[in-house]
Design a protein around this ligand. Structure first.
Ligand code: SF4
Length: 363
């Protein structure tokens, strides 16, 4: 995403909502038309918490509230919060001294936290607790003299934040093919960690190849790929098996949304596309398609999925079956800085919760 200059600020530019195209046409296909709607899909607990944190900060402190980077990787969410008074910036140095600044769900390095403190910013840390868990692992392994092989995508904000917790002791592994060429110091104390939003299958392949090269490689204490990423990949696999087309709602910079397209293709979908908005669905994608799968990434509000369902109904896909592979009701409490300042107006959302895997069922 590019930045635009506005005086001394370099605001993150959000692409406009595409124009509405003509209604999709109901063209005949062989067989009955139907939609398989994946569940779980859409918002995870970390995204929900981060978005609510910005909304609550605006209510409590008034506009503007600054946000470093996109609070979550979704164009619609960012532009909606912008309209409510949030200002998205690239770096803490662009924020006026003393202002309120929210760190995004993807997390930040200790250097960014220090940079905010140096400018007397009132920081609100909306880092997903499951990303914070990886940060803690990186800090602990580094302190215990381990070298860390971090499986993740170069340039992703989460990867930058995690590497910042052990900058001298981390090597990034971008893909299975990287394994043969990465430069790793000679040590018996080697451990792998990962970004939270990767493809489970590809990560396991990377680990397999890492272990071939480094037989003494240690595993992390628990999964770093988070429950939401894993559950959405399992659900998309199930709908992809019988789908002529899979539509994934999610933004181009959303790692877990992009992975859902890849997983759909890998598990049998004849075609799969990612869209930010329903209006991006092209008539020709539906040519000959009787079963259309629909899902969404972890940063996508359900309203965007419903618009896809409505547009597909125009094209004759009014028969919608939900395919449920897990039930989630996890919730995370708001960042502690907000809970403190909302004293008397407590976070009333339930906390904790669980995710229950199902064999799968249709509804
Ligand atoms: S995708 Fe996973 S790690 Fe990322 S915000 Fe959601 S729950 Fe947290």
């Amino acid at each position: 995403m590019s930045t635009i200059s506005n005086g001394s600020l370099h605001l993150l530019a959000v692409p406009p909502v595409p124009e509405r195209r003509e209604r999709l046409r109901d063209e005949p296909v062989a067989g009955d038309k139907r939609v398989l709607l994946a569940a779980p899909r859409g918002y995870c607990a970390g995204v929900d918490r981060a978005v609510v944190a910005v909304e609550k900060a605006l209510e409590r402190y008034g506009s503007p509230v600054y946000v470093r980077k996109q609070i979550v990787h979704n164009v619609h969410v960012v532009s909606t919060l912008e309209k409510k008074g949030a200002i998205f910036v690239d770096e803490v140095g662009e924020v006026p001294r003393g202002s309120h600044l929210v760190f995004s769900a993807h997390g930040v390095s200790p250097a960014v936290v220090q940079g905010a403190a140096d400018r007397d910013l009132q920081a609100i840390d909306a880092t997903c607790p499951l990303v914070t868990k990886v940060h803690r692992e990186a800090t602990r392994f580094s302190r215990d003299d381990f070298h860390i092989l971090l499986i993740g995508h170069e340039g992703h904000e989460e990867v930058e934040g995690t590497m910042g917790h052990a900058p001298e002791r981390t090597t990034l592994v971008n893909s299975p093919d990287d394994v043969d060429t990465i430069d790793v110091p000679e040590t018996e104390r080697l451990v792998w960690l990962s970004q939270t939003t990767l493809s489970v299958d590809e990560t396991m392949e990377t680990v397999r190849r890492l272990r071939e090269r480094f037989p003494h490689l240690q595993d992390p204490p628990s999964d770093d790929i988070c429950y939401a990423t894993q559950n959405r990949q399992v659900a998309v696999r199930k709908i992809a098996e019988g789908a002529d087309l899979v539509i994934v709602v999610g933004s181009a910079n959303s790692s877990n949304s992009v992975r859902l397209v890849e997983v759909a293709l890998e598990y049998g979908a004849k075609a799969a596309y990612r869209v930010d908005y329903a209006s991006e669905i092209r008539q020709e994608w539906l040519d000959g398609a009787s079963t259309v799968g629909v899902t969404s990434g972890a940063s996508v509000p359900e309203v965007l999925v419903q618009q896809v369902i409505d547009d597909l109904a125009d094209a004759g896909y009014g028969d919608v079956k939900q395919v449920v592979t897990a039930e989630e009701d996890l919730m995370f409490s708001l960042p502690k800085e907000l809970r403190r300042d909302l004293n008397g107006n407590q976070d009333s959302r339930g906390l904790g919760g669980r995710t229950r895997k199902l064999d799968w069922q249709t509804q």
